[in-house]
Design a protein around this ligand. Structure first.
Ligand SMILES: [Zn+2]
Ligand SMILES: [Zn+2]
Length: 327
């Protein structure tokens, strides 16, 4: 099978022709139909996340069709279309797994990081971490739901019930979360790179009440802010835009250092917190909500062989919505 592989951090991906993987007990073999490109993939390529298996096939927003089932597979049948997210395996016995926080499992393994992912024609996945894709979505449009959508949804949930939601970094996650927030009757205030008029127009198109640069103040104080851009300086900026008692949620897996800031930005019970990974419950809830809320994804497709171009476009901020690889 054709695949794009990472052999060492800091390198471009290389095209490879590999033997097809074989599903073990409880695993399914999927023919990949589409795999979205996530900012986390850039952090892995750059070595900012340092626990990748090598060589590695990246990709953790996979839509595929079951073409072979290992022993004991009972959740899916041949021909079923399923999605594979970032969370690829958990131990089931650690304190976190046992109290419903499997996203923090001590021994968790992640797709496209410790498990080969979807930048390939075929991928093997544990059936327990695969999810049926709502029928109303095409393969390409469904792919970004599996990380941008899922982790974006968890980020919004952990922001609380506030009515005015700020979103910093208007990329793949933000463009989905903005639609969820609007569906829930909340107002969205979008912050992009200063001067990125295209991103601001895109945010307004998706229902944002206001859009501006990340250094600007919104017209009203925020109840909560979600940060999806990997820029630590956005933490004090978001705190300054958030009202008393509000929460700033960092939704990315990596961020540049957060600069020091005066205590009064945090004072008055403001909260800064992060979001890590997802649980299977998040996936089930969000994939049920997405069609009900009429969530649409904006995608730019690239052939699998052009994975490096897709990653470069993401790095340059040149992708509106999500980049998706198609084998
Ligand atoms: Zn565990
Ligand atoms: Zn991701």
């Amino acid at each position: 099978m054709r695949a794009q592989i990472l052999t060492a951090p800091g390198r471009l991906l290389a095209a490879a022709d590999l033997p097809p993987p074989c599903p073990g007990p409880g695993q399914v073999l999927l023919a990949v139909r589409a795999c979205a490109v996530c900012r986390t993939d850039l952090h892995i390529l750059d070595g900012e996340l340092s626990e990748a298996k090598l060589p590695l096939i990246p990709g953790h927003e996979i839509v595929g069709t079951v073409v072979e089932a290992g022993a004991g597979v009972d959740r899916f049948a041949l021909g079923d279309r399923v999605g594979v997210p970032w969370l690829g395996w958990t131990c089931g016995v650690c304190d976190y797994c046992r109290d419903g926080r499997e996203n923090l499992c001590d021994r968790a393994r992640f797709t496209g990081y410790q498990i080969d992912g979807g930048y390939a024609e075929l991928v093997v996945a544990d059936q327990r971490y695969c999810f049926a894709i709502p029928a109303s979505y095409g393969d390409v449009e469904a792919a970004p739901l599996l990380c941008a959508g899922l982790i974006g949804y968890r980020t919004l949930r952990l922001a609380g019930e506030g009515a005015r939601i700020g979103i910093y970094g208007f990329g793949a996650a933000a463009h989905i979360v903005a639609q969820v927030a609007r569906f829930q009757g909340r107002s969205v205030f979008a912050f992009s790179r200063p001067g990125d008029v295209a991103a601001q127009d895109f945010a307004r198109l998706l229902g944002a009440a206001w859009a501006g640069g990340s250094g600007e103040m919104p017209p009203e104080p925020l109840d909560a802010a979600l940060i999806f851009a990997p820029v630590g300086a956005l933490v004090p900026a978001a705190l300054a835009a958030t009202r008393k008692g509000g929460t700033v949620v960092c939704g990315g897996i990596h961020m540049s250092d957060i600069p020091s800031f005066p205590y009064h930005l945090l004072w008055q019970e403001r909260v800064v917190r992060s979001v890590a990974n997802l649980t299977r419950r998040d996936a089930e809830e969000f994939l049920a909500l997405a069609p009900k809320a009429g969530i649409k994804t904006a995608t730019q497709t690239y052939p699998l062989a052009d994975a490096n171009q897709a990653l470069a476009a993401l790095r340059a901020g040149a992708v509106q919505g999500a980049a998706v690889l198609v084998p």
